[in-house]
Design a binder for this molecule. Structure first.
Ligand SMILES: [Fe+2]
Length: 240
């Protein structure tokens, strides 16, 4: 399985406070059947970002070195969880490290509160060949069944990601029900862990796998956990 959304990169956001803690998470991921993990620290969330991308790269390189030293059998892929602002298309031109891997085709985007003008911005990204993966869509109040904006996301080619923890009841039964409904209705292309600390892996992709299989069958479940995440990393086209 491939986990495309984690905050395991240490000392840079609200993830692990040390390399040791980050390595423990990687050990755990490898033990639960994860072969590749994307490191997606929060970016564009606060002011004073200058020099942060360089810092992220340095920490990524060091974690890679330590992971290889400890022979942890999981590949690391660079990325970011981009906080939505209307200037994201322009910012991406100066921040190639915000894309998944080196292909520069998919990005992970999260929203809070103000989503004014979002349709225009997302269309702009798509017209430039950039495909947004919308992070943990089950959290957003506007992701209800009747909200036309939400259907627009699906119909216009956005990729939608749901957190394993939501499907496993980490955030209560209401969120669990909503996440399951979204998966059943086809509003989900990828399931990821959004791991910030070791205890988050109590809600691992390994544990969500049988839940997904029961919900949508084995073939689609494997698409959500392996096939589609692989395409995001490879920058290839996803069949929806
Ligand atoms: Fe996240």
């Amino acid at each position: 399985m491939i986990d495309i959304h984690t905050h395991i990169l240490p000392i840079i956001d609200d993830g692990p406070r040390s390399y040791e803690e980050a390595l423990s998470c990687l050990h755990e991921l490898a033990e639960t059947g994860i072969s590749k993990v994307c490191l997606t620290p929060h970016v564009n969330k606060t002011a004073g970002q200058k020099g942060r991308d360089r810092k992220i790269q340095e920490i990524f390189d060091e974690l890679m070195r330590l992971k290889n030293q400890e022979n942890i059998a999981v590949d690391l892929v660079s990325g970011a969880e981009i906080f939505y602002t209307p200037d994201v298309p322009a910012l991406l031109k100066d921040n190639p490290a915000w894309f998944f891997g080196k292909q520069r085709r998919y990005i992970l985007l999260e929203f809070h509160g103000n989503i004014f003008g979002i349709e225009k911005v997302l269309s702009e990204l798509l017209s430039e060949g950039i495909i947004p993966v919308l992070a943990h869509i089950e959290r957003y109040p506007w992701s209800e069944k009747k909200n036309p904006l939400f259907s627009y996301f699906r119909n216009s080619g956005m990729i939608m990601q749901i957190n394993a923890g939501s499907l496993l009841g980490k955030y209560g039964w209401l969120m669990k029900r909503k996440a399951k409904t979204l998966v059943r209705q086809g509003f989900c292309h990828v399931v990821a862990s959004d791991t910030h600390e070791l205890s988050d892996l109590d809600y691992s992709l390994e544990k969500v796998r049988p839940v997904l299989t029961k919900l949508v069958g084995r073939e689609i479940s494997e698409c959500l956990l392996v096939g589609n995440p692989e395409k995001i990393i490879a920058g290839s086209t996803m069949i929806k």
